[in-house]
Design a protein around this ligand. Structure first.
Ligand SMILES: [Zn+2]
Length: 469
């Protein structure tokens, strides 16, 4: 290597290092549920730069006001002066140092995790307990407008003997006290989750890619091996269904916390690019190995959420985007994201009882919902999917029933040579290749081409409101 080349490489490296946005999260045994965050910019930004918190999480189909838990927010100028930031006058999730002309270099703020848990729906909140914090990164990290696509370094600082686990860079061996990792940009950071503290455990399982199960269970340790078996089996099913695995590792994050308010927390989960967080109360905790029958019966939520790492996180249509946003998009095909990925579970696990669930979800529900066509229902579900879960259930059920009918037609007309597996696989590779959302006009053409059989009639039928069966 020539000297000039070496100097050039060093120059490029230092430039790219300098262009990093440095995030830091401080949370330890004395934090009392308050996380401290700082966002250090690679270069001083305009004094009027805006800091933004996400309100739209891919797959959540709701308005998630994480900005409500941001406290003591300030900007630090290049000369070290602290300037309080003012929230947007229309209550948009953004802040600014009004009238400030001095360039700013850092944003600092705090997030009260307990307050978040009390105010947000279960499944949308980070959780803090004695000796544990389970953090959904998008619930605490925002971005300085204009830096969201720059590389990120994130440093987690905690108590000296507290382990840290990050889905962005998982490892079974605990990293204690301080841990840093890089992400391609803010969006990849926001997609991750972090577990902190001595009260959670991690176990690694060998599968087509390494599988990590990280578990916090408030009343006592859970038996983890069955989660590992279900995760590995799900990876194998998906590897066969799609022909590849698009992530290098996967993390199943389990949070079983006694609800802060009385009442039972529903079993909910949230999918990410290479992980999913499963929230539950302590009633269903696994203290001992499951029977083979139980193991098989309870696998579908793990498979379904892992399948979301393909669709819609890597292949999607209409207004859905696999990134957090400030304002939720209105999506016309949530039935595809949810219904087709519940169909995948039905198609591979062969549970006939799921058909009854789909039929009930589509037909045994409110008349108001049944009178909506699929586009209207999806538009409503874009921000109210889980608010009234009859809406979410109707959406995934109608999508799954559409896929089942298409599957039967394909099998019949092709003499068993073609099925929805071919269609779903083709849609995944289309997304991977084109790296954009398919449009609603493109979708029927894409599925017809993939299956080699015209599915238009079935597609159009399911777009209509449903009559009673
Ligand atoms: Zn889902």
């Amino acid at each position: 290597m020539s000297r000039r080349l070496l100097i050039f490489i060093i120059f490029v490296l230092t430039q790219s290092l300098a262009a990093q946005v440095n995030y830091s999260l401080t949370y330890g045994e004395d934090s009392r549920s308050v996380a401290k965050i700082s966002v250090e910019l690679p270069a001083p930004a305009s004094g009027a730069a805006s800091f933004v918190m996400p309100r739209s999480i891919p797959g959540e189909y709701s308005i998630s006001s994480y900005d409500a838990f941001v406290e003591n927010i300030a900007a630090v100028t290049a000369s070290g002066e602290r300037i309080a930031l003012t929230k947007n006058e229309f209550d948009a999730p953004r802040w600014q140092a009004v009238d400030n002309v001095k360039p700013i270099i850092r944003i600092e703020y705090e997030v009260d995790l307990r307050k978040m848990e009390r105010k947000m729906p279960p499944g949308s909140a980070s959780a803090a307990r004695d000796g544990f914090a389970g953090i959904l990164n998008y619930s605490i990290f925002g971005w300085v407008e204009g830096t969201e696509n720059q590389p990120v370094h994130c440093r987690v600082k905690t108590s000296k003997d507290w382990p840290v686990f990050s889905t962005n860079r998982p490892a079974a061996a605990a990293r204690k006290g301080e841990f840093g990792f890089d992400t391609e940009n803010y969006y990849e950071l926001a997609d991750g989750q972090i577990f902190l503290g001595p009260r959670f455990r991690v176990k690694e399982f060998k599968g087509p890619v390494p599988l990590f199960v990280a578990s916090f269970c408030e009343p006592g340790d859970e038996f983890l091996d069955d989660y590992g078996k279900q995760g590995v089996r799900s990876l194998e099913i998906l590897n066969d269904y799609f022909g590849e695995i698009p992530f290098r590792h996967y993390s199943i994050m389990l949070v079983r916390a006694i609800p802060l308010e009385a009442g039972t927390a529903p079993q909910l989960a949230m999918e990410h690019l290479a992980s999913a967080t499963f929230f539950g109360d302590t009633v269903g905790m696994r203290k001992a190995p499951l029977s083979d029958e139980e193991l098989n019966r309870s696998i579908s939520p793990y498979l379904h959420h892992m399948a979301h790492a393909y669709i819609p996180l890597r292949s999607y249509g209409d207004a859905y985007r696999p990134i957090v946003q400030e304002i939720p998009p209105i999506i016309r095909n949530i039935w595809f994201n949810e219904g087709f990925m519940w169909f995948l579970a039905y198609d591979t696990l062969k549970f006939e009882r799921m058909l009854t669930v789909f039929k009930n979800g589509a037909f045994n529900t409110s008349e108001t919902i049944k009178k909506m066509n699929l586009t209207e229902l999806s538009q409503l579900g874009s921000t109210a999917y889980g608010t009234d879960f009859r809406i979410g259930r109707a959406l995934y059920s109608r999508g799954a029933l559409m896929a089942i009918e298409m599957n039967e037609s394909l099998l019949k007309k092709s003499g068993g040579k073609k099925s929805m597996k071919d269609v779903i696989r083709a849609l995944y590779y289309w997304g991977k290749q084109n790296r954009r959302a398919f449009t609603m006009d493109e979708f029927p053409r894409l599925i017809n081409r993939a299956g080699g059989i015209n599915l238009q009639k079935i597609y159009e039928k399911w777009q209509l409101p449903v009559a009673t069966e």
